[in-house]
Design a binder for this molecule. Structure first.
Ligand SMILES: C[S@@+](CC[C@H](N)C(=O)[O-])C[C@H]1O[C@@H](n2cnc3c(N)ncnc32)[C@H](O)[C@@H]1O
Length: 201
C-alpha cells in the first residue's frame, strides 16, 4: 500500500508546486480521513530529507534550485522522482538539477544516461518551470557508443556519469567501459570520452 509520504511525492511530481490544502484534498481521495496535520508532518520530513523544497508558507517544489548548495553534497536517501532506482549505479537527480539551475544551462547532454535520470529531471523542469531546456541523452544500451561516436551537436552543459571501471558490469559489448579489464586501457577510453564531451561544449 502506498504510504502518505510516497503519495505526496508522487502528487508533487505530477502537479508541481502545490499548497498543503490542495495536497490534502488529493490525499483524501486515496486515504479518506487523513488529518491535515499528517500532511504537514510528512511534508516537513520530506523537506528535512531533502526530497522537497519549501518555497513559502505551505508550498513545496522539487524543482527549485538549492541555492545554498556548495561543492560538498550528500543525498543519503535517493529521490525516487527521476530515473530508475533499481538500475545499478544510478544517481540521484538532485545534484544534476541544482547544477543545471545554478549554471543556467540551456542545452544539455548526457551521453551515458542509463535509464534516464537526467532526461526525467529536464522533462520535469520543462513541464513545471517552463524552463525550455533542450536535452539529448544517449547510452550504449540504446546503441550510442561514446568511445566511437561524437555527440550530436554542441551543448552548454555536459553530464557524464561513467561506469566505475569494473565495479558494475553493464554489458558484454566491446565499447562498454565497465567491460574493459585492463585499468590503463579503461583510463585511456575514459579520457577519450571526456575529450569528446569537452569538444561538444
Ligand atoms: C553509472 S551508469 C549511468 C547511470 C545514470 N546516470 C542513472 O542515473 O541511471 C553508466 C552508464 O554508462 C553506459 N556506458 C558504458 N559504456 C558506454 C559507452 N562506451 N558509451 C555510452 N554509454 C556507455 C552504461 O550502459 C551505463 O548505463
Amino acid at each position: 500500500m502506498t504510504s502518505i509520504r510516497t503519495l505526496l511525492l508522487e502528487l508533487v511530481d505530477e502537479h508541481g508546486a502545490n499548497h498543503i490544502r490542495e495536497l490534502h484534498i488529493e490525499v483524501l481521495r486515496d486515504k479518506p480521513g487523513t488529518p491535515e496535520h499528517t500532511i504537514r508532518v510528512r511534508l516537513s520530513e520530506a523537506v528535512a530529507d531533502g526530497l522537497l523544497d519549501r518555497l513559502g508558507d505551505g508550498f513545496y517544489d522539487v524543482y527549485a534550485e538549492d541555492e545554498g548548495m556548495t561543492s560538498v553534497v550528500s543525498y543519503p536517501n535517493r529521490c525516487g522522482l527521476w530515473g530508475n532506482s533499481r538500475y545499478r549505479g544510478n544517481c540521484d537527480g538532485r545534484l544534476f538539477k541544482n547544477l543545471v539551475l545554478r549554471y543556467g544551462a540551456r542545452k544539455v547532454a548526457d551521453p551515458m544516461a542509463g535509464p534516464g535520470t537526467t532526461r526525467d529531471v529536464i522533462a520535469g523542469l520543462n513541464q513545471y518551470k517552463r524552463a525550455g531546456i533542450e536535452f539529448w541523452g544517449g547510452d550504449l544500451r540504446e546503441g550510442f557508443d561514446l568511445t566511437k561516436q561524437e555527440l550530436p551537436g554542441r551543448f552548454d552543459f555536459l553530464w557524464l556519469h561513467p561506469p566505475y571501471w569494473n565495479i558494475v558490469r553493464y554489458s558484454d559489448a566491446p565499447g562498454d567501459l565497465s567491460n574493459v579489464e585492463d585499468y590503463a586501457e579503461f583510463r585511456e577510453l575514459l579520457m577519450l570520452c571526456l575529450k569528446r564531451c569537452y569538444d561538444a561544449l
